[in-house]
Design a protein around this ligand. Structure first.
Ligand code: ATP
Length: 199
């Protein structure tokens, strides 16, 4: 189980969230919503230990989240790719970092990058760049996926593919936490959490 207990975060003297608690069971997807600036990215970063909380703790299967890095796949809203490297080089670099072996070419073909995998990422479209970042979901062994605006710049067919991936990850006992300004299909959402903008 993922448990977030009494989380509080203050930024620029504004309380973004305060005493926030929730639990997520394996095979569940939590859909985080809220207006611009409400604190969704901050909350996601706090959940994976990238943002310091003023109060509270997050645990995965009873272990503090700071000790769970191999079990976490975090994809932020900015494409975490090196624009000067090709899609294949970016993927290979990430596989090396996470001690994984995979057939980069067939993976990149799966995400629609045939013929584009050897040119610098800076020459790809916004959606294609996003696909380079999202390809990690196909090879990740992480139990917990935390995804900030994964659908940004992704076309309709790509959105369907991502939703199918979420379902597959859930069926395998994984956890998914997603924030998106785009509506997710009801059948894949198990919990909703709405952050309001606090003044
Ligand atoms: N590095 C930072 N330093 C100080 N304040 C920050 C920093 N990053 C974000 N903030 C502030 O925290 C607040 C919440 O930002 P956050 O990015 O979490 O919102 P969000 O809900 O994800 O917004 P959006 O829907 O626009 O992506 C904003 O008011 C923002 O100005």
């Amino acid at each position: 189980m993922l448990s977030a207990n009494q989380l509080t975060c203050i930024r620029n003297q504004r309380i973004l969230f305060d005493d926030l608690s929730f639990k997520l069971e394996p095979s569940q997807l939590l859909y985080l919503t809220g207006p611009n600036g409400a604190g969704k990215t901050t909350l996601l970063r706090s959940l994976v230990g990238l943002q310091q909380l003023h109060q509270g703790e997050v645990q995965l299967s009873g272990v503090p989240i700071a000790d769970c890095s191999p079990d976490i796949l975090y994809i932020g809203h900015k494409a975490a790719v090196n624009e000067w490297l090709s899609a294949k080089q970016n993927l290979q670099h990430w596989l090396n970092l996470t001690d994984q072996v995979a057939d980069c070419e067939s993976l990149l073909m799966k995400v629609g990058l045939s013929g584009l995998m050897d040119i610098p990422v800076k020459f790809l479209s916004a959606g294609q760049k996003r696909r380079v970042a999202l390809v990690k979901m196909w090879v990740s062994n992480a139990k917990l996926w935390v995804l900030d605006e994964p659908f940004t710049s992704i076309d309709i067919k790509g959105v369907e593919v991502l939703n199918t991936l979420f379902e597959r990850h859930k069926a395998a006992g994984g956890y998914v936490i997603v924030t998106s300004h785009q509506t997710l299909p009801d059948q894949i959402v198990d919990q909703r959490l709405e952050l309001s903008y606090r003044f």
